[in-house]
Design a protein around this ligand. Structure first.
Ligand code: ITT
Length: 227
């Protein structure tokens, strides 16, 4: 969906955008995430973009948005629109998750809360492995999914998607990345996601795929603003 096509009220949104440009706020892109692993990856993925990429921490924002949507799209939208409304900045939120076929697609949108509130990455990995205790290698197929919502301060939202297939290992391996990376095996590379460098992960990951689509949207948005 193109930003220009998505405008409900043509003139009003454009006027808002132009006002943001004048105050230079529009040149900022807010990463609405409290996950340091995501921030690390986006800062690298968006290098060279004509935006100043800023984080919630850098902006001194402590807002936590309840992820009460039923799917990744809804949760990404909730996070992006809430922070865009609060800050009046162009805002990116990412809702992502791991879908394991043998668990009927779990943990999915519950990936962060899978082992309960306050659990660590290590707790989540252990819990997932315990749920797959008796599942053979051939049935341990899974995929990471990432949905990016880009919210304009005026309320318009664009979505970008990324997906990465893999297999859940029998035990953790690798120190890089975050979350479920140590148990997510990529057969073509013969490594888990946690054995990849940042650049290697960004090349193949669900987030890298969604971010490349977002780069195109952001470039188009910038061009349409500067026309
Ligand atoms: P924000 O909502 O603040 O962005 P979060 O960690 O709560 O941070 P999500 O709600 O999108 O983010 O939860 C996604 C969870 O899925 C995340 O906490 C990880 O456990 C897992 N996950 C997402 N992307 C991942 C990746 O690239 N590698 C490993 N695990 C990932």
């Amino acid at each position: 969906m193109e930003y220009r096509d998505a405008r409900g009220d043509e003139g009003a949104e454009e006027q808002l955008v132009l006002e943001r440009v004048k105050t230079e706020n529009m040149a900022k892109l807010l990463l609405a995430t409290n996950n340091p692993g995501k921030v690390f990856e986006y800062k690298s993925l968006f290098q060279g973009l004509p935006y100043e990429v800023v984080t919630l921490a850098e902006q001194g924002i402590a807002t936590e948005v309840d992820e009460v949507g039923g799917n990744l799209e809804e949760n990404a939208r909730l996070k992006a629109t809430a922070l865009a409304a609060e800050t009046h900045l162009l805002t990116l939120a990412d809702d992502s998750g791991l879908e394991v076929d043998a668990l009927g697609g779990e943990p999915g949108p519950l990936s962060h809360r899978y082992a309960g509130e306050g659990a660590s990455d290590a707790d989540r990995v252990s819990y997932l492995l315990s749920r797959l205790k008796d599942v053979p290698w051939s049935e341990r197929t899974a995929r990471f999914r990432c949905v990016i919502a880009l919210a304009m301060p005026g309320g318009n939202v664009e979505f970008c998607h990324g997906e990465c297939p893999g297999i859940i290992t029998l035990e953790p391996c690798g120190e890089q990345g975050f979350g479920y990376d140590p148990i997510f095996y990529l057969p073509e590379l013969g490594k888990t996601m946690a054995e990849l460098s940042l650049d290697e992960k960004n090349r193949v990951s669900h987030r890298g795929m969604a971010a490349r689509e977002a780069c195109q949207v952001l470039a188009r948005l910038k061009n349409s603003i500067l026309k």
